[in-house]
Design a protein around this ligand. Structure first.
Ligand code: TRP
Length: 351
């Protein structure tokens, strides 16, 4: 039986951070290593252009950085295919057809787009390419006939939009497209990682990220400067763990092995939380532990990154090779789509 297909990707607008890691990269590595799927990972340079039209250099300079972040996270060349969105013509032809199946009202209802428009202060001056990027994203997914899309929670509305497009296309023109499903992280606290300042979103523009490539010193400084429970002033005070960024990160990253290694007086996170909640546990102690946990997580990533950092030509070769492969796969879907709509005028005297 043919392997089921996974397609996912990221916008190259800077380095990837720990939110990307727990939200999606970690899952991709698991899926890759299961050997049960054919996985495509796309560097979405065209989607990145939708709100960076006047700064293509930012995107250009981020492409290999994102690729290195993938490798750092544990994705492997020859186990996963890595390609560039802009090199795959099917991905910009399909949206032309899909656009006719989606209303403006539907696009404007997309909660992620709404938030992003607000965050960028676009209002009605939002670029058309930006409001319609969910349609382009539906093309990314369906061009590969992907069944699964490992993404962070903020991308659920995009998958929903893709499913609606598939439904509409298939019922209008015939069964061609595959309806995709999102794969979210198993651990709920990984669904959305807050910034080190407690802001709901970890984002480069908010300057509140921990990047996968942060060096040990930067990492430690960032963790020690993290926002915690503002009412936990003295060590004796009872503290809140629920909306406390330090504990959210511990939820996402710490394991019982970390406790054994760095904080053996507690068995696990539950014990640590209980102590914090009843009072008598200081922020500094918790942060030092978190700093060790994060260093333990990021150190192997830095090592994997270092292996490829100086191999720019090789990385470009891989992107070109896998992009060529992706073109083949997606052109096949494109032909089926064109035939379903009846645009294949010159084959079998269709006109
Ligand atoms: N929107 C995604 C992000 O911002 C990137 C992306 C583009 C994507 N096309 C995709 C993700 C297709 C999954 C599937 O990170």
């Amino acid at each position: 039986m043919e392997k089921q297909i996974i397609l996912t990707g990221d916008r190259p607008t800077g380095n990837l951070h720990i939110g990307h890691y727990v939200g999606s990269l970690k899952k991709r590595v698991e899926l890759q290593n299961s050997g049960n799927f054919q996985q495509f990972v796309m560097i979405a340079d065209l989607q990145a252009l939708t709100d960076n039209a006047n700064n293509p250099e930012k995107i250009r300079s981020s492409i290999l950085e994102v690729f290195l972040d993938y490798i750092a996270a544990g994705l492997e060349i020859d186990k996963t295919r890595f390609f560039l969105q802009s090199q795959i013509p099917a991905l910009f032809e399909l949206p032309m057809y899909y656009s006719n199946l989606v209303t403006l009202a539907r696009l404007e209802r997309n909660p992620t787009i709404k938030t992003e428009i607000k965050m960028r202060g676009f209002n009605r001056s939002v670029p058309v390419g930006f409001v319609t990027y969910p349609i382009s994203q539906a093309a990314d997914i369906t061009a590969f006939k992907a069944k699964f899309v490992p993404v962070g929670e903020d991308q659920l509305p995009m998958i929903e939009q893709a499913r609606e497009i598939v439904h509409s296309f298939n019922s209008t023109y015939g069964e061609v497209l595959v309806s995709p499903e999102a794969i979210l992280p198993d651990n709920k606290s990984c669904h959305r990682i807050v910034g080190i300042d407690g802001n709901a979103k970890m984002s480069k523009s908010l300057n509140n990220c921990i990047f996968l490539k942060d060096d040990p010193e930067t990492l430690r400084k960032k963790v020690m400067s993290m926002f915690t429970d503002p009412n936990h002033i003295r060590v004796e005070d009872p503290g809140e763990t629920e909306n406390n960024p330090v504990f959210i990160y511990l939820d996402a990253f710490s394991t019982p092995a970390h406790f054994e290694k760095f904080l053996p007086e507690y068995k696990n996170l539950e014990e640590l939380k209980a102590h914090y909640q009843r009072g008598g546990l200081g922020d500094v102690k918790v942060k030092k532990f978190l700093a060790n946990v994060m260093e333990d997580t990021l150190a192997p990533m830095r090592a994997r990154r270092a292996e490829f950092e100086d191999k720019k030509d090789y990385l470009l070769e891989i992107l070109a090779r896998d992009s060529a492969y992706a073109r083949e796969i997606t052109n096949q879907t494109l032909q089926e789509v064109r035939a379903a709509i009846g645009l294949n005028y010159f084959s079998n005297n269709k006109l």
